[in-house]
Design a protein around this ligand. Structure first.
Ligand SMILES: *[C@@H]1O[C@H](CO)[C@@H](O)[C@H](O)[C@H]1NC(C)=O
Ligand SMILES: *[C@@H]1O[C@H](CO)[C@@H](O)[C@H](O)[C@H]1NC(C)=O
Ligand SMILES: *[C@@H]1O[C@H](CO)[C@@H](O)[C@H](O)[C@H]1NC(C)=O
Ligand SMILES: *[C@@H]1O[C@H](CO)[C@@H](O)[C@H](O)[C@H]1NC(C)=O
Length: 263
């Protein structure tokens, strides 16, 4: 190795100045952190860089609209469930705000198809009641009335007008393209596992946002199988297999380096 470094000083410099973090933590509190996620820079998939923040014991998912507490990561189903503490639910009414993700986040870890955005107290002029009516769908036949009636937080929508203001169950794409102001609905809530909501009262719905991730397979299995952790070079952003003890490989640990060809 020393001879090699003497012969190729420029390469030695590049080896020594690689600036990814030394260790990839594999837990944040009780939540296991595996590929494609990483809480230390240089760990996990490059597309999800700067997406998680572990402020132990809590894990947060960061988007342009805020920092959302991660409830659960299901590595088998490739989902991550977050909760927005400033969102309205059946039991608490909060001022509305938008839920925004970056384009990369929308591409690699969008809300799952069974995460429903319920737009509440919409004005009769709302686009989702008119031109974009088709964006609203039936969620196991639950009605606005049922929501306003069962939830302490939403009863106020009927009280003031003595009528049932329209609501709309829709998907993330609707909120993505139209802000709450354009939608002309004063509040929203989000529910996960819409598939299992038949006959379940809004009081017992699971409020939150389930994200479903899918990333191109870049050979991480091979790196893990060789005892490494998948990561990336924080400067070049190229994939790295981070290996303890032995030197890091581009694809796997214990890679035969070019050096060996000279023996
Ligand atoms: C492997 O990469 C990590 C992160 O870049 C670095 O801290 C470590 O020193 C590297 N190990 C070797 C043997 O080069
Ligand atoms: C995580 O969030 C905390 C609190 O906002 C902040 O101080 C810290 O720098 C963040 N860490 C990373 C790695 O972004
Ligand atoms: C419901 O929406 C109307 C506008 O359409 C608004 O004036 C009213 O304040 C909203 N109700 C609540 C409780 O925010
Ligand atoms: C949605 O469900 C309601 C009952 O809550 C029903 O009256 C309506 O026809 C359904 N609409 C569609 C498009 O299935």
């Amino acid at each position: 190795m020393f001879l090699y470094l003497l012969l190729f000083p420029s390469l030695a410099t590049s080896l020594l100045t690689t600036t990814t973090t030394t260790q990839c933590r594999s837990f944040c509190g009780t939540i296991p952190i595996n590929y494609p996620f990483g809480i230390d820079d240089g760990c996990g998939a490059i597309q999800l860089r700067h997406t998680l923040n572990c402020t132990s014991p809590d894990l947060f998912f960061l988007t342009p609209s805020g920092s959302y507490k991660v409830q659960h990561i299901d590595y088998l189903k490739s989902t991550l469930t977050i909760y927005d503490p400033s969102m309205s639910t059946c039991s608490i009414l909060q001022p509305h705000h938008d839920f925004l993700m970056t384009d990369i986040q929308t591409a690699v870890i969008p809300p799952s198809s069974d995460t429903v955005f319920a737009l509440l107290n919409c004005s009769v002029d709302s686009p989702v009641l008119n031109h974009y009516r088709s964006l609203c769908f039936n969620v196991s036949s639950h009605s606005c009335d049922e929501l306003y009636a069962s939830c302490n937080a939403f009863r106020v929508f009927r009280l003031l007008t003595n009528s049932t203001p329209p609501c709309c169950f829709t998907g993330y794409d609707t909120v993505r393209y139209m802000s709450m102001n354009i939608l002309d609905c004063s509040h929203y809530t989000t529910v996960v596992d819409a598939d299992g909501m038949r006959g379940v009262s809004p009081l017992d719905w699971v409020y939150g946002i389930k994200l479903s991730y899918g990333l191109p397979d870049r050979g991480c299995d091979r790196c893990s199988a060789s005892g490494g952790t998948c990561g990336f070079d924080t400067e070049t952003e190229g994939m790295l297999c981070l290996c303890s003890g032995s030197s890091n490989g581009t694809r796997q640990c214990g890679e035969i380096s070019m050096l060996c060809h000279y023996h």
